[in-house]
Ligand binder design. Sequence first.
Ligand code: CA
Ligand code: CA
Ligand code: CA
Ligand code: CA
Length: 330
Amino acid sequence: MKTGIAGSARAVAIEALEGRLLLSSVVAAAVPGTGTINGSVYDDVNGNGVIDAGEKTLAGVSVFYRAGPDDLTQVTTSTDAAGQYNFDGVPAGVRGVAAVSNGPVFINPNTVSVSVTAGQTSTADIPVTAFAIVTGRVRKVGKLGLEPAVGAKVYLDANDNGRADRGEMRQTTTVAGYGFYDAPAGNHSVRMLRVPPHVRPQSTSVRGTIVRGRAVNFPDMVLARPVVKLSGTAFVDRDGDNQVDQGEPLLNGVEVIVDLNRNGKQELGETHAYTNASGRFATTAPAGRVTLTILVPERYGRLGAFSTTRIVNIALDSGDRDIRIGFIPR
Ligand SMILES: [Ca+2]
Ligand SMILES: [Ca+2]
Ligand SMILES: [Ca+2]
Ligand SMILES: [Ca+2]
């Protein structure tokens, strides 16, 4: 038997949502009317659905409502400095009011249902869980200066004891660095889990303040090879004995490039030096195997005595080193 629902009044909705039974008001069908919804969005740290002492309201969170999943009309606002929102002119009925992340505020979204009665104000506080994001980079000395260190293992030292404990977040870096989601709030360090052999890092931990609902970018950690002092003498080695003998000219203005990418040019991140009137140069270089590109001024080359470019491969340990660059006349 069919019973017409339309009448002088109708029950708008009885819905069970999230275990709570919401009973709508009965409104006049002819004049639906509008009401007001207001409330706060707050960080429900203990997840009990109630705003407790110490739990904060959140400013700048997007809040929107719609009548239901099929209602394409979405009205959006955002919480003010006090974490409050307000919607006027809301059609009467049961509305879902949702809070979602916006701009620099990160929350797990949540929706609450609220019954709007014409001419009245309904209050709906929206509990959400705010989470913090910690990002950062690990970099190393590469062919063109500092570049991303991929595969570095880092952890977030939540209890600040300098060790990676069970339950502490850890990650392996990619080209983009690392990113810890849902990081614990407070002042904490991100530390390198293991430093690769033969590397003397400039920093193995970085520290910052982590705030719920916010993203924080920690300073870079830098892996670097030890830097050593490299000096030497450029000369014409007439007898080819690799010794600077009496009567062998010392070469002035010879450029010595620590050519990390071996392309014959000095670029950003590559050290270099020119020899002085005594044929001496001094610069620095990363320990390990390095390639020196040595450029001799044209005036010497034009003499036909030797080529104007020389490539020298040397292995530097962590101590300082003095080398001889002898040019043997052809
Ligand atoms: Ca709570
Ligand atoms: Ca720890
Ligand atoms: Ca000699
Ligand atoms: Ca180069």
